[in-house]
Ligand binder design. Structure first.
Ligand SMILES: Nc1nc2c(c(=O)[nH]1)N[C@H]1C(S)=C(S)[C@@H](COP(=O)(O)OP(=O)(O)OC[C@H]3O[C@@H](n4cnc5c(=O)[nH]c(N)nc54)[C@H](O)[C@@H]3O)O[C@H]1N2
Ligand SMILES: Nc1nc2c(c(=O)[nH]1)N[C@H]1C(S)=C(S)[C@@H](COP(=O)(O)OP(=O)(O)OC[C@H]3O[C@@H](n4cnc5c(=O)[nH]c(N)nc54)[C@H](O)[C@@H]3O)O[C@H]1N2
Ligand code: SF4
Ligand SMILES: [Mo]
Length: 729
């Protein structure tokens, strides 16, 4: 038997047909877009022939990727042409029945009638709307205007709660506003890179290429903090294999050494930070010898890393889900910000605290979807902001709730409790992506009405839907994404959507019209972008100088982007260059971070830490990559990474299967023996419906409400090879 069990259908069809062969598919036109997968934000040109996307190429000279693309980007045109695209609105009375095809009028009328019925009978908040980080900013803005200024429910959030919520929360606590302060060009200037909980090589391959290119020109130390020996850890100068969920302890200990050894930038602290005394008192408790047994990093290594970091002229931290997806996610972000502040590493070339975001437009939803507030980083709690937005939209301010409502992870428990009766899911697939699948399924089944708006069908979450609205996807509609370095960039419409599928913008307008709302006056992407320019003028995320042609010409523009004297916006590579922050006193806050260990830890019954995350080939719940032969053939089924020493003790050998159980559920997966994971730890990618999330617990961060997807306890035992290994998509 080969590496891949032979009873799995890897790929049907002629392999050669799937290779983007430009000679056989001569391209008639190349159209400018931005990649619709990750937040790196690569410039992509799509090759079109006879109205079909037949290939792509990286945009040469583009300020993000200069022509490079990763595996997912290279095959992105196949995601458009997939055979399982949703093409017709579907309806059914009850979830036991088959769907029947319907026209848009019937689907929108039914949706509006159910929303109205539920809100009239049970109150406005009985309807919940959960969106995404993967539609255009123009679409987010329009959805926000529809929800806040029309539907008026406060149960409105997005999957960014599973992803970036801790970064948002941490930035707000430290700096007074959301917004990653640095940029990719910081790699060219830094003298030290400290990376926390990021598998950059697999998850942001082109950012990793930027880092490698910088290192080829100029050596600087790279330190990777991750319990797993990821590909990123393998190339690092120093790898700190931290105990799960204890980054805050390491961060406090690093700060302790920096203070005690006189390496802090006291001038910067005195001028630009507040809260120093209370913070220092807490830090005093985190001597390296006290921290080492908790975080698992020897005191000697903590001292060494603190000296390298603080001794660098400019030092930067990056991080991703190893920090955010934790019960200390927001505190972890604040800990990174604290470290940056005490060394004066904010807003200077090579000196920054740069959160690497996840989805292609996780930033756009933070800026303009109104999920957690009002557009342009405005707050529902701020009377001036409320009045301004209500006047600007021409709606009654009383529709706005008094404050930020429940997060996605609090909306599902409210469905369980029967408080929410109807749910609208837009571009998110919680059946596979939320912790504890059995619980998610029970919640979705309990709804009186579920509408799913997606580009594919069937879909795990649509199993419980009453209405399915088929959406146009990336490159089938025009609009913008913002990447990890605040670069707003354009996706041109390249091809027509299949069948009756409509852009999410048109679907939102359709729902608004069916509900009888009249305030959604901007009807095209360009009209919405013009409105975003107006509403954001003078705000931290100022788009007022941005136009589509300017974005295409420059390869994207970084906000704040007010118009410059000669018209086109120049954009801003970095924030806080003047050391002025968004708190009322203009100072950043140093915030004490006491540590309380609150995770589900391994014990006699469930002796392994279960860690979950990503592989390079797949995108999230595999709707976009599970049908692409060239991606799926490299990663066709869920698996468990286990250390060979643990496996030997359990009688598990290469190519064996294992049953993994947690207190939530169980799953049978192929075992991959590897030293990538330490003894006592296992890892399962979360991309598969019958995978990691059947097991996860998802304890919530108290500030951000983000689930700790990476820390829970499981038991592993050898299992028989399952009879069927059919692929699921
Ligand atoms: N190929 C691919 N790329 C993607 C995506 C995808 O689905 N596929 N998704 C995109 C999205 S939305 C996101 S959010 C990003 C995610 O990008 P990453 O966060 O880089 O990816 P993950 O694999 O979720 O987790 C990163 C690392 O966190 C580590 N980790 C686990 N526990 C801890 C801990 O306690 N402390 C520390 N320091 N580290 C820990 C894990 O071992 C893992 O290596 O990727 C984006 N890019
Ligand atoms: N165990 C575990 N679970 C995790 C994570 C983890 O690390 N471990 N990571 C979490 C993170 S960081 C994230 S971001 C989430 C992601 O979780 P999800 O958001 O649920 O995952 P996706 O598969 O990206 O779902 C997006 C959906 O939108 C659809 N779609 C794509 N483009 C469009 C469009 O233009 N319009 C419409 N209407 N639909 C579209 C896709 O087909 C897909 O069904 O998963 C989270 N879950
Ligand atoms: S690195 Fe991200 S943005 Fe760039 S091609 Fe790959 S998936 Fe797309
Ligand atoms: Mo994410």
């Amino acid at each position: 038997m080969g590496l891949i069990p032979d009873d799995i259908t890897i790929f049907k069809g002629d392999y050669q047909d799937r290779v983007p062969n430009i000679r056989r598919n001569p391209v008639q036109d190349w159209r400018y877009t931005t990649c619709g997968y990750c937040s790196t934000g690569c410039g992509i040109e799509v090759g079109v022939r006879d109205g079909r996307a037949v290939t792509v190429r990286g945009k040469a000279g583009h300020p993000v990727n200069d022509g490079k693309l990763c595996l997912k980007g290279i095959w992105e045109f196949e995601a458009i042409n997939a055979p399982n695209r949703a093409t017709v609105p579907l309806l059914r009375e009850d979830i036991g029945q088959p769907f029947r095809e319907a026209g848009w009028d019937a689907a929108l009328a039914r949706t509006a009638a159910e929303f109205r019925r539920v809100q009239q009978r049970h109150g406005r908040d009985a309807l919940a709307v959960v969106s995404t980080g993967q539609i255009y900013t123009e679409e987010f803005y329009t959805l926000g205007k529809l929800v806040r200024g029309g539907l008026g429910t406060n149960n409105y959030d997005g999957n960014t709660t599973l992803c970036m919520a801790s970064a948002v929360s941490g930035y707000k606590r430290s700096f007074g506003s959301d917004g990653p302060p640095g940029c990719y060009d910081d790699f060219e200037h830094t003298e030290c890179l400290l990376a926390f909980g990021s598998n950059l090589v697999e998850c942001h391959p082109v950012i990793y290429w930027r880092l490698k290119s910088a290192l080829e020109r100029r050596r600087f130390p790279v330190i990777v903090v991750d319990p797993r020996v990821t590909m990123f850890a393998q190339m690092a100068d120093i790898h700190l294999p931290i105990n799960p969920g204890t980054d805050v302890v390491l961060l406090n200990a690093l700060a302790h050494v920096i203070l005690v050894e006189g390496l802090a930038d006291q001038g910067y602290i005195a001028t630009h930070a507040s809260g120093y005394d209370a913070w220092r008192e807490e830090i005093a408790r985190f001597a390296p010898e006290a921290a080492a047994p908790v975080c698992g990093i020897p005191a000697r290594s903590i001292r060494e890393v603190a000296r390298i970091y603080a001794g660098a002229g400019a030092a930067m931290c990056i991080w991703t889900m190893g920090i955010n997806q934790s019960t200390h996610g927001s505190d972890g972000v604040v800990g990174i910000n604290n470290l940056s502040l005490i060394t004066g590493n904010v807003g200077k070339p090579g000196g920054t605290a740069l959160s690497i975001t996840g989805q292609c437009n996780a930033m756009g939803t933070r800026e303009f979807s109104s999920c957690s507030g009002l557009p342009g980083y405005r707050a529902l709690e701020n009377p001036e902001h409320r009045r301004f937005v209500a006047d600007f939209w021409g709606v009654d301010e009383a529709l706005f709730p008094a404050g930020r409502g429940p997060a996605m992870t609090d909306i599902f428990p409210a469905i369980e409790r029967g408080e929410i009766k109807a749910l609208w899911l837009v571009a998110t697939n919680p059946m596979t992506s939320m912790p504890d699948t059995a619980r998610t399924a029970a919640a979705l089944r309990k709804l009186e009405f579920l509408v799913v708006q997606d580009v594919y069908h069937p879909l795990a979450s649509a199993e419980f839907a009453h209405v399915m609205l088929p959406a146009a996807m990336w490159a089938e509609k025009e609009g913008c994404f913002t990447n990890s370095e605040r670069r707003v960039n354009l996706v041109r419409k390249v091809v027509d959507p299949p069948g009756q599928a409509k852009s999410d913008l048109d679907i939102f307008l359709g729902v608004a019209d069916a509900m009888g709302f009249t305030h959604l006056t901007a009807r095209t992407p360009a009209q919405v972008m013009a409105e975003i320019g107006q509403v954001s003028a003078g705000r931290p995320c100022d788009y007022s100088g941005i136009t589509y042609p300017a974005l295409e010409a420059a390869g994207g523009i970084q906000w704040p982007a007010p118009p410059s004297a000669d018209g086109a916006a120049q954009g801003s590579p970095r924030l806080y260059t003047d050391g002025r922050f968004h708190h009322p006193d203009s100072r950043a806050r140093l915030i004490p971070l006491p540590f309380e260990d609150d995770n589900e830890r391994p014990d006699a019954e469930y002796p392994f830490w279960l860690n979950t995350g990503r592989v390079v080939e797949h995108w999230h719940t595999r709707t976009k990559t599970g049908r692409i032969g060239n991606l799926n053939k490299f990663s066709p089924l869920p698996y468990l990474e286990m250390n060979p020493r643990d496996a030997a003790g359990l009688g598990i050998g290469p190519q064996d299967f294992a049953r993994v159980r947690s207190r939530r559920g169980e799953v049978t997966v192929l075992v991959r023996l590897t030293e990538r994971v330490a003894p006592g730890m296992v890892f399962i990618p979360f991309h598969f419906a019958r995978g990691a999330n059947l097991l996860t617990l998802g304890l919530l961060d108290p500030h951000s409400r983000q689930p700790a997807f990476k820390q829970q306890a499981v038991r592993v035992e050898k299992a028989a090879r399952p009879a069927a290994l059919a692929q699921e998509v």
